[in-house]
Design a protein around this ligand. Structure first.
Ligand code: ME8
Length: 518
């Protein structure tokens, strides 16, 4: 993490060969919740997502559909961008690897590796999995030469390739991982990479002959070859940072001084399936061009259905937008964030989705609706002129718990803390019994205090839940008479006394999902 208060945060760029699904939505929402939380905490955030548009997988999918690769990518990039709009993703940039700027940065990057003597030519003999876009050696393969990752058949290839001297960076990489215990989190993934690095690291094939693959970025030093799609894709993080300006002469492109750009990234977020490319290929490539490596890698777990990772090929993909149609964006975000401890796997079930949704309605929604309607009923819809500090200690404790959990990326714990505060506030209503206080004129001051405390706590909850439920919390802020959701600091400092509040429809209404009757 940078100590200058800035945060450059990335998601993987997703393959433009398939539709966005719940797994993609999870990573992107997790990144969004972090970005929103950091912004709320006063940091300057640059949040990047996008689509991975070159390589054999895209070329073959386009051929299968009978369209040009770029036409397929245009359509799918828009599909992802639309999904992120409906899921309230607040990214600052959506990058596509077919953009001319990215193509130029990839070429400048490869040229620099070439100029520094980091690349050589050789014959590659081995096995290739198009779905994972990865090479394997015979000893890695499963029965019938199946890919060890996805189980699909691999193809034997023998061709001229260019290789990056990745092996020369093995010691430097191991040292970096050992000296920076938090560089890869969670620890299980760090150990996985250290285990992988106990074996000799091979050099990395970074090109494909155009005779086999046309859909890629042409190498600047050999126009019969294109860049390997993973090398092309990883460089997106650098392109978007603005560190490299390929329109300038090589010596002035920014390789020796990244100040003034967003590089190095503070956090690369991804699923555990693609940790090796991010924790081994990418940092060694950066060392090869002489740039600082990314500051941290966070690899999360998988959403599974039954025992199987969700993926399109298995036909068990859940469409997050369909869930959203029934329950709203915030409910999908809440379920995904509250249900999965960052780093572990979680199982998607409709029953758990409903249970988590009910929690939103019964605890947070219920608190908001009863607090605002009692202010309406007993005080003509105006927050009473009382301190409202009855739960301030609990609010402060919750802010501290949430902040600490978020620093460790334990989003589910930060949200559990926020929900506990809402529960505490409901308990406070039961204890104080405002309906009894209202019957006794001598308790008018106590009733004022009860209602003002509920309004003030609602404001704190509004700030705490905003990263996960930005739409509904925007509504709640409006009902409390504010223009927008406050930051954590503002929630503490805002004085709600004598402000009018407005009743509205339930924030999280009871819903009979369309699939419940199946
Ligand atoms: O790998 N559970 O793209 P991709 C949780 N283009 N997350 C999941 C998931 C699941 N079941 N399934 C997918 C690529 N994901 C490359 C990345 S980056 C330079 C290039 C998420 O479309 C998770 O973040 O296959 C995973 O890492 C990513 O989608 C893979 O997306």
């Amino acid at each position: 993490m940078s100590d200058d208060g800035r945060r450059y945060l990335t998601t993987p760029i997703y393959y433009a060969s398939g539709e966005p699904h719940l797994g993609h939505a999870y990573t992107t929402i997790l990144a969004d919740v972090l970005a929103r939380f950091w912004r709320q905490d006063g940091r300057d955030v640059f949040f990047l997502t996008g689509t991975d548009e070159h390589g054999q997988k895209i070329q073959e999918e386009a051929a299968r559909r009978g369209v040009e690769p770029l036409a397929l990518c245009d359509e799918m990039a828009e599909r992802f961008a639309a999904a992120w709009r409906t899921l309230s993703i607040s990214h600052d940039r959506f990058i596509r690897t077919t953009e001319p700027e990215h193509v130029a940065v990839v070429q400048a990057f490869l040229q620099r590796l070439w100029d520094r003597g980091e690349i050589y030519e050789d014959t590659y003999r081995g096995w290739y999995c198009v779905h994972e876009e990865r090479y394997w050696t015979a000893k890695d393969l499963g029965p019938d030469n199946a890919c060890p990752d996805c189980g699909r058949p691999t193809r034997h290839v023998e061709e001229k390739n260019y290789f990056f001297k990745m092996s020369t960076y093995q010691d430097a990489l191991v040292r970096h991982i050992r000296e920076n215990p938090d560089w890869i989190v969670p620890e299980v993934r760090r150990n996985e990479i250290l285990g992988f690095l106990q074996n000799p690291l091979e050099d990395l094939s970074i090109s494909r002959p155009k005779s086999r693959l046309r859909w890629g970025i042409t190498l600047p030093f050999d126009e019969d070859h294109v860049a390997y799609v993973w090398v092309d894709a990883l460089i997106n993080y650098l392109t978007a940072s603005g560190a490299i300006d390929p329109s300038r002469p090589p010596a002035e492109q920014g390789w020796d001084d990244v100040s003034g750009s967003w590089w190095p990234a503070d956090l690369h977020l991804m699923g555990k399936d693609i940790i090796t490319t991010h924790a081994v290929y990418w940092p060694t490539l950066l060392m090869g061009v002489g740039l600082p490596v990314q500051r941290q890698i966070l690899a999360h777990g998988w959403w599974v259905v039954g025992d199987t990772k969700m993926s399109k090929s298995l036909g068990n993909v859940i469409d997050p937008l369909a869930l959203r149609d029934d329950f709203g964006t915030d409910a999908v975000r809440w379920y995904l964030m509250r249900e999965m401890p960052t780093g572990s796997d979680a199982s998607y079930t409709p029953e758990r989705f409903l249970t988590r949704y009910d929690e939103l309605g019964n605890v947070l929604g219920n608190l908001a609706s009863r607090a605002i309607s009692m202010i309406g009923k007993y005080r003509d819809g105006v927050v009473p002129d009382a301190s409202g500090t009855g739960l301030d200690a609990q609010v402060a404790e919750t802010f501290a718990r949430a902040r600490e959990a978020m620093e460790q990326y334990k989003v589910h714990e930060a949200l559990a803390a926020a929900m506990d505060l809402a529960r505490t506030a409901n308990g406070y209503v039961e204890d104080r019994q405002p309906w009894s206080q209202a019957k006794d004129p001598s308790q008018a001051g106590d009733l004022d205090e009860t209602l003002a405390t509920l309004a003030r706590t609602l404001l704190a909850l509004c700030a705490l839940f905003e990263p996960v439920a930005p739409g509904r919390m925007g509504d709640l802020a409006g009902r409390l008479g504010l223009d927008g959701v406050p930051t954590l600091e503002q929630a503490r400092a805002t004085d709600l006394r004598r402000r009018p509040v407005t009743k509205g429809d339930p924030l999280f209404p009871r819903i009979e999902p369309s699939w419940a009757s199946d």
